[in-house]
Design a protein around this ligand. Structure first.
Ligand SMILES: [Mg+2]
Length: 301
């Protein structure tokens, strides 16, 4: 059992900032020997430590915040679709529904609450962590996520640029899923901390809720005036807008699919968010269509 799995499933407030180490038992010793397979987060799930002077570990620090799912790996892995199948099965077997009823209720809860899980917890007293173990943790990620050397090199390139003090992950998944993804991709040694969506909390607070971002900034000890120096990349239009509206200075929307980009450009507020010029100090959300171009974007801005 890893140090993470053996720790109790506490709520957000009880995170300690202690380092988190995770060795994926699904990987063979040979696979685990490659750089980045072992996950090590020096500040764990936060908060970042406070120095004796009462300030955070670095004054005027700059953090690069990274989303994980469909951002650090390609949508073509179809992990989202795999997850939909697991959720369907969960509805069907745990609530004893037909396929048709399961589909209907799943969609109903998704539309009503934004997360199917929220509907299950509210209306069926489902244990959110049991759901997580049967849905996210049950995904066969080993079959679809490969060791990603080019991704590793992109992240290392940015890390070695000296432009950033810390790399921090922000995910809507629960922490187990995040740690597994990092180990499969081979990037577990490149981040300082992780903020996850705590399914054990009710109501569930996730991106793009303001409360989620506020929690992230609290855990990384950033004040409102620090936000303009921070960087954030995510594949969700809602999430990047939320971060932008909160004042994060460098927000990057990763749009992998040209069809999604075409749709985005049709939105009535596209100019407002992505056009620049009219915004405060010409701020705008940057669009990234190929993750390999991230170092270039970082250098250009
Ligand atoms: Mg994502």
């Amino acid at each position: 059992m890893t140090s993470d799995q053996s720790s109790s499933l506490n709520s957000f407030e009880q995170t300690t900032g202690q380092p988190v180490t995770y060795i994926n038992p699904e990987l063979t010793p040979t696979e685990n020997a490659k750089p980045g397979r072992h996950v090590h987060l020096q500040f764990g799930y936060g908060p970042m430590p406070v120095t004796t002077t009462g300030t955070s570990t670095a004054n005027n620090k700059t953090i690069f915040f990274f989303d994980i799912d469909n951002c650090l790996y390609h949508k073509s892995t179809r992990i989202f679709e795999m997850m939909q199948v697991k959720i369907h099965d969960y509805f069907k077997h745990n609530l004893k529904l037909s396929d048709e009823e399961a589909t209907h209720l799943h969609m109903d809860y998704y539309k009503t609450y934004g997360l199917a899980l929220e509907g299950l917890v509210r209306n069926h007293q489902v244990d959110a962590l049991d759901y997580n173990s049967q849905v996210d943790d049950a995904l066969d990620l080993h079959a679809v996520l490969r060791y990603d050397k080019p991704l590793r090199e992109v992240l290392l390139h940015i890390k070695n640029s000296g432009k950033f003090d810390y790399f921090w992950l922000v995910t809507n998944a629960y922490r187990n899923h995040a740690l597994r993804v990092l180990s499969f991709l081979g990037i577990g040694d490149l981040f300082d901390g992780l903020t996850y969506c705590d399914y054990a909390r009710a109501p569930i607070v996730c991106k793009p809720m303001v409360g989620y971002f506020e929690r992230v900034f609290e855990l990384t000890r950033l004040s409102d005036t620090d936000l303009k120096r921070q960087w954030f990349v995510d594949d969700s239009a809602l999430n990047v807008r939320a971060a932008f509206d909160l004042g994060v200075g460098y927000v990057i929307h990763y749009v992998e699919d040209p069809a999604d980009l075409a749709q985005l450009k049709k939105k009535s507020d596209f100019e407002k968010y992505y056009g620049g010029g009219s915004g405060e100090e010409g701020r705008r959300i940057f669009i990234l269509t190929d993750f390999q171009d991230l170092p270039h974007l970082v250098n250009r801005v």
